[in-house]
Design a protein around this ligand. Structure first.
Ligand code: SAH
Length: 223
């Protein structure tokens, strides 16, 4: 399924994701059409696969980004506040920012400074990205994302782009009520997506979803 969605251009890739049922919502389609993956993935940007971006990081596969968008979509309204943990290439931070325009804010947290710089430079390659960087629609922060980013909390939606060793309480604490957290979690050497909802009354539910493979959410490398 994943490989069949590859295309010769950004538009072809997105159309194939729609045709294969991996994008079902027109808002997700629009947002992903609006961000050229070639600005973020240096090698084969229109292939539906993860790719290395250096520093032991990968840009996730387009179908995973589509799936995260579709899951978080009820919370991605114009003006919403969003946290993207492990922002890496910046691609998904930018897609999220397109979905919460106008008036929204996406905070991308990344713990490797060269990747913060790459994400920033990638986002500035397009006029839309530059505008979002300049008007506060996107902000990149160097920090340990396991602690969230308290300065801009609470968030309507939180996406984690690396596999966590557990359910980090600061992320749940920084969710709005209602709000949704989409994160891969590693348990017994296997990873699954968990969708964690905080309801209006503050109660929290967890739903275990598909099996996945992400790079780990770790301590920052030393040296
Ligand atoms: N969403 C990104 C995914 C990059 S891979 C993209 O599609 O481009 C996962 C990223 O999480 C890597 O960039 C890695 O450096 C970062 N990461 C890992 N542990 C982290 C932590 N504790 N805090 C912040 N970022 C972290």
């Amino acid at each position: 399924m994943a490989w069949r969605s590859s295309g010769a251009s950004n538009a072809a890739l997105i159309e194939n994701l729609v045709r294969n049922g991996l994008i079902t919502d027109p808002r997700v389609k629009q947002a992903m059409l609006g961000v050229d993956r070639a600005h973020y993935a240096p090698y084969a940007p229109y292939q539906d696969s993860p790719q290395t971006i250096g520093h032991a990081a990968t840009i996730s596969a387009p179908h995973m980004h589509a799936s995260a968008c579709e899951s978080l979509l009820p919370y991605l309204k114009p003006g919403a506040r969003v946290l993207d943990v492990g922002s890496g290439s910046g691609y998904f931070t930018h897609v999220l920012a397109e979905l919460v325009k106008p008036g929204g804010k996406v905070v991308g947290v990344e713990h490797i400074q060269p990747l913060v710089d790459i994400g920033t430079a990638n986002t500035r390659k397009s006029a839309e990205g530059r505008e979002l960087m300049d008007n506060g629609g996107i902000k990149y922060v160097k920090a340990d994302g396991r602690l969230g980013s308290p300065e801009d909390a609470p968030y309507d939606a939180i996406h984690v782009g690396a596999a966590a060793a557990g359910f980090h309480q600061p992320l749940i604490d920084q969710l709005k009520a209602p709000g949704r957290l989409f994160m891969p979690v590693e348990e017994n050497c296997t990873q699954h997506i968990y969708v964690i909802d905080k309801k209006e009354d503050g109660s929290v539910t967890r739903k275990k979803d598909m099996s996945v493979r992400y790079v780990p959410l770790t301590d920052a490398p030393t040296g």
